[in-house]
Design a protein around this ligand. Structure first.
Ligand SMILES: NC(=O)c1ccc[n+]([C@@H]2O[C@H](COP(=O)([O-])OP(=O)(O)OC[C@H]3O[C@@H](n4cnc5c(N)ncnc54)[C@H](OP(=O)(O)O)[C@@H]3O)[C@@H](O)[C@H]2O)c1
Length: 240
């Protein structure tokens, strides 16, 4: 059954930009009370004001205490979305290990700390949505192995939690390369050439949009039968 988001409390880590912001806007459109959590306070406040979100918070998802502080005064969360993260790239034999660990800190460990901080305040009939990425299935270049592992781990973690924290539902959205501020920041001046080469190979010959991936996030939180699932929203990128 499709669960209405009307008046539901939706909290989105990473809801201040890109995919998370698109999901936040769509959840609000569906009637939810949305709280967005970002890293940058000025940006989070601006985005919340511009879009009429119910609240905004800041956290550094690599720092457990800040996750707890961000959630401390939220009485009940119906749908938790964990999308905060960066593109962690580096070769296993060369890159700084503390930096590489970030791929897991931003994803697995941030989720562990958010769930522990919320405890019973996460509604029993609610949901949690994670993000992974096409890399989890198909690491596509040297330097992506750790991020690929962290992405695949999120999908396995969601399946395990669907049993451990039942009847709450746990799902993962797996996007392909999506046109967001993260992509622009990561690629810098090389963006145009990278996108041209990639889109030539992709079955749809284009990148995904934040709105398309955000819609998948909202689908997973509002469809009451989706549980332990990974929803690929990649235009067929896994096929090449
Ligand atoms: N775009 C893609 O192609 C793609 C593909 C696969 C997976 N993903 C994953 O999807 C997620 C969202 O990506 P996006 O492309 O939408 O990126 P984005 O536009 O850069 O948004 C990232 C969001 O995460 C927040 N954030 C980043 N680091 C944080 C930290 N340490 N603590 C708290 N919040 C933090 C940002 O807050 P501020 O704005 O305040 O910094 C922002 O709200 C990421 O986990 C990314 O790895 C993206």
């Amino acid at each position: 059954m499709t669960m209405s988001l009307q008046n539901r409390s939706v909290v989105i880590f990473g809801g201040t930009s890109g995919i998370g912001l698109a999901a936040a806007k769509q959840a609000k459109e569906a009637g939810a009370r949305v709280t967005v959590i970002g890293f940058d306070a000025a940006g989070a406040q601006r985005v919340a004001n511009e879009n009429g979100f119910s609240g905004w918070r800041t956290a550094d998802v690599t720092k457990p205490d800040t996750i707890g502080v961000a959630l401390v005064d939220i009485a009940r969360v119906d749908h938790l979305v964990l999308l905060a993260g960066t593109f962690v790239a580096g070769k296993v034999l060369d890159a700084d290990v503390t930096y590489l660990r970030r791929a897991f800190d931003e994803r697995i460990w941030a989720a562990v700390h958010a769930l522990r901080a919320l405890g019973d305040r996460l509604a029993a009939d609610g949901s949690v949505t994670f993000i992974s990425g096409v890399l989890g299935d198909r690491p596509n270049a040297a330097g992506t192995a750790v991020l690929a592992a962290a992405s695949a781990a999120m999908e396995a973690f969601a399946r395990g939690l669907a049993l451990e924290l039942s009847p709450r539902r746990f799902n993962t959205v797996s996007p392909g390369t999506t046109d967001t501020p993260l992509l622009a920041r990561t690629l810098g001046n090389g963006r145009e050439a990278y996108v041209a080469a990639l889109t030539e190979k992709l079955p749809l010959h284009r990148l995904g949009t934040a709105d398309e991936v955000g819609a998948a996030v909202v689908f997973l939180m509002s469809n009451d039968l989706m549980n332990g699932e990974t929803l690929h929203v990649d235009g067929g990128a896994r096929l090449i």
